[in-house]
Design a protein around this ligand. Structure first.
Ligand SMILES: [Zn+2]
Length: 435
């Protein structure tokens, strides 16, 4: 943003809101930045299930709830425990090709469902055209009993729909089939490396490599040292608190955001998750502070979920054991990815709750806040979904544009712009005010 347009914005904000409110918003952005920086710091271990990252993050959020005087929702506690299964990488994660060390999460990723594996193995490089029929796939497997197969996954030339289908089936079998006998799979790709976490472990390790200066055809050995531990029952927790409304109504507004992220890949590398979703928690905690000082009309419940990245499990646990009457929820807004906004915001369920969506658009036009408010239909991609499935009117809103880091080690606080955060926050204050 240029200095000129920044000054114009200050002038506009001052005219619309008056000077004092602008100053209070300026304080909010400092707080939001501090929240994102803290949650995305190494001490929070990527807010996953290695080293208790989820426990550290949930304790931090509960402290913020307490500081603002929120009422705990679970019999005097802010926490709601629930269990999930997770495959974790708590120890060593080291990979060498032809004796040369690769950099974890920059050059390669270990598949989220991989088991532990240690040793040096022969590598057999193949191309997509080498596995485009079942017969060819079987020939490759037979030669690889004690070896890793390295699939060069770059498209060589035009592939017919039938050929593409057959290659995809071969890749699925190489990754998951318990009937095939070989050591493991390496996939060489030009696609961005994007990690995830999953609730199960598969039969063999998968290593995905994206390294420009590597010729996959020349790889002949893999030295791999990966500690993996499948935890069938990990106890994690949601955080839940409430501010009582001034109207005396028993209707509830819910503001939610997941605090978990992907955790650690080995004991050295963590996924900071600044945009996903330290930024959404910063939005939630900004509302906690705001409504602690400016009493809302309706009871306002704040839900910070764990287990989102692994299958939207925290909100699932909540709706299965609700700490509030779901029927009394007037509206729920879930914040997930709130850290950019160069291209405005997108509203999932906008087409479903069109009246509320139109009001959001009108408020944005009247007060000239974010660049765009775009509509989207249903999408079961975040925590709002579990509530929506139970009939709770709800939006999931995310910011668009700006930095594209996502589910990788580059989603860091240092590079997250929070471009439209203050305007986004102001818009949502207005929106909640009109419900
Ligand atoms: Zn997310």
């Amino acid at each position: 943003m240029s200095t000129k347009s920044f000054l114009a914005k200050i002038l506009l904000c001052t005219l619309v809101w008056g000077g004092n409110l602008f100053i209070s918003q300026a304080q909010d952005i400092a707080y939001a930045k501090e929240v994102v920086k803290t949650l995305a710091s190494p001490a929070f271990k990527g807010r996953g299930y290695v080293g208790g990252g989820d426990q550290i993050a949930s304790a931090y959020i509960a402290r913020a709830f307490k500081k603002s005087g929120l009422a705990p929702l679970n019999a005097g506690s802010y926490f709601q425990d629930f269990k999930l299964a997770v495959n974790t990488f708590p120890g060593k994660v080291d990979v060498k090709l032809n004796g040369k060390t690769l950099i974890t999460a920059k050059d390669y990723l270990i598949g989220a469902t991989s088991p532990a594996i240690h040793g040096t193995f022969k590598v057999i490089p193949v191309k997509r055209s080498d596995i485009n029929t079942e017969e060819k796939l079987m020939a490759v497997i037979q030669a690889a009993t004690d070896a890793f197969i390295l699939l060069d996954d770059r498209i060589e030339g035009p592939e017919s729909t039938a050929e593409l289908g057959s290659i995809n089936a071969s890749i699925r079998a190489l990754k998951n089939s318990e009937k095939l006998n070989f050591k493991g799979l390496i996939v060489y790709t030009k696609d961005k490396l994007t990690w995830t976490t999953l609730t199960y472990q598969t039969i063999r390790p998968v290593v995905t490599i994206n390294k420009a200066d590597l010729d996959p055809a020349l790889v002949n050995t893999l030295t791999i040292d990966v500690d993996a531990r499948f935890v069938p029952e990990y106890t994690t927790r949601n955080v839940a608190g409430m501010i009582r409304g001034s109207s005396g109504s028993d209707s509830t507004i819910v503001i939610s955001a997941h605090f978990d992220h992907l955790g650690m890949l080995g004991n050295k590398v963590y996924f900071p998750g600044a945009n996903d979703n330290a930024s959404g928690v910063a939005m939630l905690l900004s509302f906690v502070k705001y409504y602690a000082k400016n009493k809302p009309k309706y009871n306002t419940v704040f839900l910070a979920f764990s287990g989102e990245e692994i299958g939207i499990l925290g909100s699932k646990a909540f709706v299965e054991n609700p700490l509030i009457n779901l029927k009394k929820i007037k509206f729920l807004v879930n914040f997930d990815l709130a850290g950019t906004g160069e291209e405005g915001i997108k509203v999932v369920n906008g087409t479903v709750y069109k009246k509320e969506f139109d009001r959001l658009v009108d408020l944005n036009s009247a007060f000239k806040l974010v660049p765009k408010v775009e509509i989207r239909g249903e999408a079961c991609k975040s925590d709002h979904c579990r509530f929506y499935e139970k009939g709770v009117p709800s939006f999931f809103i995310y910011t668009q544009g700006g930095i594209a880091a996502y589910h990788d080690i580059y989603d860091r606080a240092e590079t997250l712009p929070l471009t439209e955060f203050e305007h986004y926050f102001e818009l949502m204050v207005k929106f909640f005010g009109t419900i």
